[in-house]
Design a binder for this molecule. Structure first.
Ligand SMILES: Cc1cc2nc3c(=O)[nH]c(=O)nc-3n(C[C@H](O)[C@H](O)[C@H](O)COP(=O)(O)OP(=O)(O)OC[C@H]3O[C@@H](n4cnc5c(N)ncnc54)[C@H](O)[C@@H]3O)c2cc1C
Length: 479
């Protein structure tokens, strides 16, 4: 591979090229995958991104776009080495109130975008649990979702414009501040969910919506997980689409038990956290009470103040952080099934846990059928994880679902892509990739299957769990 260090420094300045130890935080993401790289480059503008990509195109050097590295599928891990292009310096943010849109550099942290919108009475709804860490560019690349997506939709539903640097280094400006457009192909959508394999997003324009003035939240407990899952279908079928409808099973509750409301029945098998929002306080409260009634839980707590509401949410939002601080490893699955199939999916995951003796906790955005069965394991159990993950993929597909509702395929799920999409759709995706990135420099080894979709697929994955010390360094780094 060509030594690019000198030309890279000429493009972005020596301060913004990292190598060796200084680049180590960029060799991994929030999973346990890690791979060495040539250099990390931190461009300060779309033009600098274009110049770096052009240089990489001329030399055939792999380029991996990176936001905050919170991917749960190995997405930004540079499995072919090369250049990691960190977008963290692209942080310009404009809230355009008359047009109710925001224009954000790809490196803007999504939570900061939402806070800036809140300050003028607006909101950017897609809210991955990583909203305080992940970037809007990363969210676009993964079509991220979150807790409010049942009512408000996912990242793709909010994008009106993108600036993208193509694999040749050419800059493409797509869309803009219009909320409606029906002139030609919606090319911007092609890049949403493309995980850095078709282009590098440098700027994003998103629609904003009015920030609801009132929220009401409750935690409802159930004697069985199936009762909780069935209650979700009952609420939706009755015509209620709350702002959030989250599920946590007993395994997940135990991990955050310190954060549960005082005297909440500890023997419950599952809880649903439900939130209703709107502008009329009384209506919001009434709607929430109707939903709580429909849920028919064994125990419930309706938050009586903002502080109580924050506490209910803290239990759910802390799950990821608690996992990351544990001495065990974990693999967070991200399947979706039709809502009516949630009870069957949960039954299958629990059976799998019993068969393999792996601890599998379930949290999820139950309102849209998105479950995160999370496999917690120690080093000796490592070989079992591959089989369990494969079985969860197959079960979700058998029930008419998807292997990824919001995290993307990255490296860790790519081998099951064809099982979900079929040969013809994957062939078309391949053709698009070849057309847009003929030398295959953009994020190699991601999205497209490379080895058999069998029970051993993870055990053969390069860069999988290479370094036991990585865990503590990653936690210190905040991802
Ligand atoms: C505790 C925790 C909770 C999470 N909760 C959720 C959740 O609720 N919902 C959810 O959807 N996800 C969740 N995630 C996963 C993750 O946060 C998302 O996938 C997020 O969108 C990644 O953003 P990032 O900036 O960290 O991107 P990175 O991890 O750096 O990159 C992710 C992928 O996007 C590509 N990419 C990044 N930036 C660009 C760009 N500018 N142009 C082109 N490609 C790019 C990378 O190459 C990579 O393939 C969670 C992760 C953690 C650690």
């Amino acid at each position: 591979m060509t030594d690019l260090s000198v030309p890279l420094e000429e493009i972005v300045g020596p301060t913004y090229v990292l190598r060796g130890e200084a680049a180590e935080d960029f060799t991994h993401d929030a999973t346990f995958m890690q791979h060495g790289l040539l250099a990390v480059v931190r461009p300060g503008s779309t033009e600098e991104v274009a110049a770096v990509v052009k240089l990489c195109a001329q030399t055939g050097t792999p380029v991996v776009a990176r936001g905050s590295g919170t991917s749960l599928v190995g997405g930004p891990v540079p499995l072919a080495g090369g250049v990691v292009l960190s977008l963290d310096r692209l942080t310009r943010l404009e809230i355009d109130l008359p047009n109710t849109v925001a224009v954000a550099g790809a490196g803007v942290i999504t939570g900061q975008l939402d806070e800036a919108a809140n300050a003028v009475g607006l909101m950017y709804p897609p809210d991955p649990a990583s909203v305080g860490m992940s970037t809007i560019g990363g969210n676009v690349a993964c079509n991220s979702g979150g807790m409010r997506c049942l009512k408000y939709g996912v990242t793709a539903d909010y994008i009106t414009g993108l600036i993208v640097v193509l694999a040749s280094g050419q800059v493409l400006r797509l869309g803009g501040k219009l909320r409606k457009r029906s002139s030609g192909y919606r090319l911007a959508q092609l890049f949403i969910g493309s995980e850095g394999t078709l282009g590098i997003v440098t700027e994003v324009t998103v629609k904003l919506v009015p920030h609801p003035r009132h929220r009401a939240t409750a935690m409802v407990g159930f004697a069985t997980v199936e009762d909780a899952a069935r209650a979700v279908s009952r609420v939706l079928a009755a015509g209620h689409f709350p702002a959030a409808l989250e599920i946590m099973d007993r395994g997940a509750l135990r991990l955050v038990s310190d954060l549960l409301p005082p005297r909440f029945d500890p023997d419950l098998e599952a809880v649903l956290i439900v939130e209703q929002d709107g502008n009329h306080e009384e209506h919001v409260q009434l709607d929430l009470m109707r939903i709580v009634e429909l849920l028919e839980g064994a125990d419930n707590r309706v938050a009586q103040s903002g502080a109580e509401r924050d506490r209910l949410w803290e239990a759910r939002r802390s799950f990821g952080k608690v996992l990351m601080a544990m001495p065990h490893n974990y693999f967070s699955e991200d399947v979706a099934v039709p809502v009516a199939s949630i009870p069957e999916m949960i039954r299958r995951v629990r059976r799998l846990g019993a068969e393999t003796e792996l601890q599998i906790c379930i949290v999820g955005h139950a309102g849209d059928g998105n479950l995160h069965p999370t496999i917690i394991f120690n080093d000796e159990q490592r070989p079992l994880v591959s089989r369990a993950a494969a079985q969860i993929f197959r079960d979700a597909l058998e029930l008419g679902g998807s292997i990824s509702a919001e995290h993307g395929l990255g490296a860790l799920k790519r081998d099951y892509a064809e099982a979900e999409h079929g040969v013809e759709a994957m062939a078309l995706m391949h053709q698009l990739k070849e057309l847009m990135d003929p030398r295959g420099i953009l994020n190699p080894h991601k999205v497209f299957p490379e080895q058999p979709a069998d029970d051993d697929f993870l055990n053969r994955m390069p860069g999988w769990f290479p370094d036991p010390g990585l865990r503590s360094r990653r936690t210190e780094a905040g991802v």
